[in-house]
Design a protein around this ligand. Sequence first.
Ligand code: CUA
Length: 380
Amino acid sequence: MAVAVVVVMLVVATVLFHFVSPWRATPLASNWQQMDDTLAITLVITGIFFVVISLFIAYTVFRFRHREGSKAAYQPENKKLERWLIGGTSVGIMALLAPGLLVYGDYITPPPDALTVEVLGQQWQWRYRLPGTDGKLGKTDVRYVSAANPFGIDPADPAGGNNVLVNSNELHLPLHKPVRMLLRSIDVLHDFYVPEFRARMNMVPGMVTTFWFTPTRVGRFEVLCAQLCGVAHYNMRGYVVVEDEPSYHAWLKGQPTFMTTMAATQAGQPALSERAIQGRSLAQSKGCVACHTTDGGSGVGPTWKGLFDKTETMADGSTAHVDEAYLKDFIRNPQSRVVKGFAPIMPKIEMSDDELAALVEYIKTFRATGPGTPRQRAEK
Ligand code: CUA
């Protein structure tokens, strides 16, 4: 009897929780209303099964409870009941699967006028590549993959030169324009996921996966990596900024092409040295960028712009020259001293000597050397 009551209470509590729970899906920002509908169908079907089966269990536990003198009946087979169960389960499973298959068919079939954007996943950052004016992405091959050419773009392919490379985790997209996403991974399994778009797809090393969507709302939406991909998986985040057409084109014009980044490298002036590029990855993966800006903007910690070579004032009034030794010492022992105007909250982050050197090399690239430094030319 008690068991039956508990089961009924569980059913009531679960159904109630569904209706009063404050956790709801974020408002939709793409054309994929169908994804929500499919989820709703699944929820209704599984919900009905859950309620009916649970109440049936409660009923049988109560109705056939042990009583003095009662005896269980032995019934090895019941053809009629089996037919009903097989028929009912089959219809239920088909109703669960069919809508999903139809929507998935749409999801991977982009309209012909869709923009193409390639996303490259790497532990633990996002990069994006867009075609130039000819609308073509250049060929890629693992042989060409290096720190300076993470996409592995074939330098001999004429279609690759004008490809726009976004060396940041923020992608901009025009409003109301369908986008075909091509997804690749350079190392392990990742998953590109923007909850508001109801769109996600695994990124599998060695293959190109695809889906498409149309942004329907202006805003800045977070990209999450949805596959456990290593210790900094939680921090593999990016942004998709949806904006009007003119703003999008202004942003696009500010991004370097493959040709300009390669030209800078060949002229002996790499946009960033291999080591600084490694440092940039570390700044992302170790979470430094969450507190330190690189453009002079305020943050939880001091900005890196103009940090190297400057004289820093400490909370106790003393001063220190920011050089390599200072930075390394500070990163190794963040609590040993406090910079004036900042709270002593920098965490100690485990890093090898090699990683530390790379990170410092990257911070050095933001030193105040006036306009026209190689990095500013490359990142403008
Ligand atoms: Cu990439 Cu998780």
